[in-house]
Design a protein around this ligand. Sequence first.
Ligand code: 8DG
Ligand code: MN
Ligand code: MN
Length: 335
Amino acid sequence: QTSEAEVVVFSVPSYACQRRTTLENHNAVLTDALALLAENAELSEEEGRGVAFRRAAAVLKALPRPVTSMTELRGLPCLGDHSLRVIKDILENGASSEAESTKQSERYKALKVLTGIFGVGAKTADRWIREGILGLQQLQESGQTLNRAQQAGLEHYDDLNQPVTKADADVISEIVERAVVSVLPGAQMTLIGGFRRGKLSGHDVDFLITHPEEGREVGLMPKVVSWLESQGFLLYQKTTRNSERSRSGHKLWRAVRVDLVVSPISQFAFALLGWTGSKLFERELRRWAGHERNMSLSSHALYDNKQRIYLRATSEEEIFAHLGLEFIPPSERNT
Ligand code: 8DG
Ligand code: MN
Ligand code: MN
């Protein structure tokens, strides 16, 4: 008697930078739970655990269809015991009890609210929670000294926690572009971060600025910032400034976080690759470079530790080639 079985297994390379991950996620229920546990670990300053959950979620995001049974996960990389338990719970019971109880916990809720204030990180939030501060009102009543970033963050809490849409990003792009060309004609601006990866919303808007002539970009950042300030666009940079409100009480402007990066043209490709994200994709690129190629990658350069030379590149494609990786376009770096 013969027996036959056809087994379909997923095959996924182990580094996220070897995979194409679009915004289409067939396993959102699983990855949402893992992302929540990752976030909770990060907010509790357990970075290692956070990365483990993020890597597990990234593997599931790369699968071409929904996972329906644990056997389909056999042989997949980056799925540790803890992540597998979470996945099993969801497949069997429809939800992860650990993710659900974390989401409901007073500590997680307080960490979320407090770190939602621009300028407040996990350490500060943890200290406040230990002092019994669990929310914004308690914070305001506590008389805690806030630095200027945190004051601005608290004042514009709702605005800054409202997702930035692509439409918002387009408006901001025009303003920043005007600033850049006004202070340095010929300068070039590129949208980076999540919007370059094709995301439709984000927590901020990221721009990379350069000039085709090496050195012309020197001193550009303070000039751009001053221009934005003089035009009344700047709410906060390291010092708080005026906000603009319309007379009717409706807000004319909403506060939006903007990250500006200036790079000399010789480093442009590295800055572009390093600031396009996702954060996990960047981390995996650097891990690949170090562990698999004995190279050091940053958003400034790529160094070959064996040959002891810097490897030049004028495009992202060249950097992937130096690293021995297939080129992954921005829209497929949504890991
Ligand atoms: P989102 O804003 O849409 O929510 O997501 P995102 O655009 O992907 O994330 P981000 O927090 O705005 O970060 C964009 C990229 O910038 C991300 O890949 C990581 C990178 N990045 C920082 N901070 C720093 C830094 O200090 N140095 C370098 N080299 N890169 C950084 O976020
Ligand atoms: Mn961003
Ligand atoms: Mn950013």
